[in-house]
Every structure is written in C-alpha cells, then in structure tokens.
Unconditional design. Structure first.
Length: 117
C-alpha cells in the first residue's frame, strides 16, 4: 500500500469508529508513529488536507481533551508539509544559494549593457 492509500485508509476507517478518543489514538497516532516517513512521499496538498481533517475532527470532539491532543500530535509539522512543497518565487529569491547567482547575473547583465553602448 502506498503512502496516499494508507492516508486515505486511515481517514476512511476513522469515520467508522464510534469512540473519538480511541479513533484519535488508535488510528491517527498509530499512522503517524508507524509511517513517520510518509511525509516525504505525500504531496503538499495531501498533507494539508490531512491536517485540515485533524483540525476538524479535533474541534468536533474538543470537549474530549485526549482526542484534541491526539489530533494535534498526529498533524504534520510545517517542515514536514513543506518538505516537497512547490517552490515559490519568494522562496527561490530569498534562498542564499540562489541569491549569489542572481547577483552575479545582475552584474553580468549590467556590464553587458554598459559595454554595448
């Protein structure tokens, strides 16, 4: 079973359990502890949707503190979510390794324009 299928399996089966505290511990935490490297295989969107589901599930049973805490513990962290996230222009421009190439390129372009005149 691949990472996406596992994630869907956990979410689908969690809906069939009548005890939310058991669901949160037995399904969500079990999944995150036993498949702790899935964040490398799942898409950015899959991880965001899982976290949204965790937040909704936790809020639905917020009166049960154990359920809420288990849902929060099962969520993907920001670094896990961004592990294979699409690169934005801002992320590329602010990356120190690309900044030096941008500066060199700008200097080269400036020299080229000066020499053409």
């Amino acid at each position: 079973m691949d990472a996406v299928s596992r994630l869907r399996y956990v979410i689908e089966n969690s809906a069939q359990t009548s005890a939310p505290d058991v669901t949160a511990k037995e399904w969500f935490l079990w999944y995150r502890q036993n498949y702790n490297q899935d964040y490398k295989l799942l898409s950015y969107t899959d991880k965001l949707q899982f976290n949204d589901f965790m937040a909704q599930f936790g809020n639905k049973y917020a009166a049960n503190v154990d359920t809420l805490q288990s849902c929060k513990a099962a969520m993907f962290t920001d670094s896990e979510i961004n592990f294979n996230a699409p690169k934005t222009a801002e992320a590329i421009l602010t990356n120190p390794s690309t900044q030096k190439y941008l500066i060199i390129g700008a200097i080269g372009l400036g020299l080229l324009l000066l020499l053409r005149k």
